[in-house]
Design a protein around this ligand. Sequence first.
Ligand SMILES: Nc1ncnc2c1ncn2[C@@H]1O[C@H](COP(=O)(O)OP(=O)(O)OP(=O)(O)O)[C@@H](O)[C@H]1O
Length: 372
Amino acid sequence: MGAEVVVEGLTKSFGRQTIWRDVTLTLPPGEVSVLLGPSGTGKSVFLKSMIGLLKPDRGRCEINGVDIVTCSERKLYEIRKMFGVLFQDGALFGSMSLYDNVAFPLREHTRKSESEIRRLVLEKLDMTGLSGAEGKLPGEISGGMRKRAGLARALMLDPEIILCDEPDSGLDPVRTSYISQLLIDLNAQIDATVLIVTHNIHVARTIPDNIGMLFRRELVMFGPREVLLTSEEPAVKQFLNGSRIGPIGMSEEKDEATMAAEQAHVDAGHHDGGTEEVRGIGPQAEPTPGLPQRQAVRRRKDRVMRILHTLPAGAQRAIVDSLTPAERADYGVDTGGRPSPYPRPARHGSLAEEIAKLPGSSWQTGPPGSGA
Ligand SMILES: Nc1ncnc2c1ncn2[C@@H]1O[C@H](COP(=O)(O)OP(=O)(O)OP(=O)(O)O)[C@@H](O)[C@H]1O
């Protein structure tokens, strides 16, 4: 199973520009999480901070009990080997064949024989649908193939954590669906913890177990997909529907006068720029038939049912609706479709307070009244 990543109070600035502050979240082991956010909110900076390429100003990022913010260079080097990273452009060496690109981590970090390297390279190229392309140069293949080659290379050291920086960037919707499916298939095969950074709404709706969103230099929320997908938080709703109407503006957040003017424009019958007003939660992608089931699914269900009473009502309903009759019986959910007080009665107090009291909790919730 993949490693758990615990991020607490992480803050990053460049000079006087704060990128984000007090980011707190836990990537549950072996689950797939997505970090959303408008352009420039610091999603890539967050990924780079997680692998120690950038140093946060304060806070912790703990992996297997090691805080990579404060650990020694030597320890960081060891921890980094647990990561497989897919950079935006694949980050392949342009003068090397795909074979040599994918073999690179093994040649650099292990003493494996060339025959063993060959076996492993061909295996990873096969897993990523690149069999037969090993002799090609990165410049001779499509963007989608370059991404998959980057992924094959990221898998070489059997990572426990896979970070993907905008796996969909530059890809058409069909290729985006393929690479997203590939990530689910890989998760089913190796049970690694996966974090995908993206602003692709379709990826966010169909792929992850958990979703978070960065906005206004903060993590607006992070939790089971049902929380964000049923959220009434204006920035989240606007983002998920790709609409101009809401607090997210062209470059930064908008002032109230601009928001009111835009709303009046839409009220007068003009289009809001969104392609669809999606309601409810669609099904999550499953592994391709013939592959094993994702082990994370059962673990996540148990985990989410333990914290169900702390979640907003809309998310609770969506989670309960997704259970089979047998699961409802297992978890003690009543037949009226509402959860019984499982595993303990709901307590009084704000959601944020309730969540903060959970053992090992590292949830981030939105501001009061945000529905987070
Ligand atoms: N090394 C750096 N030095 C100074 N500023 C930086 C550095 N790296 C990133 N930034 C700034 O941090 C901010 C966030 O950048 P980042 O690339 O993380 O955003 P993002 O959310 O990934 O955006 P996009 O979705 O467009 O890729 C930007 O204002 C960027 O200019």
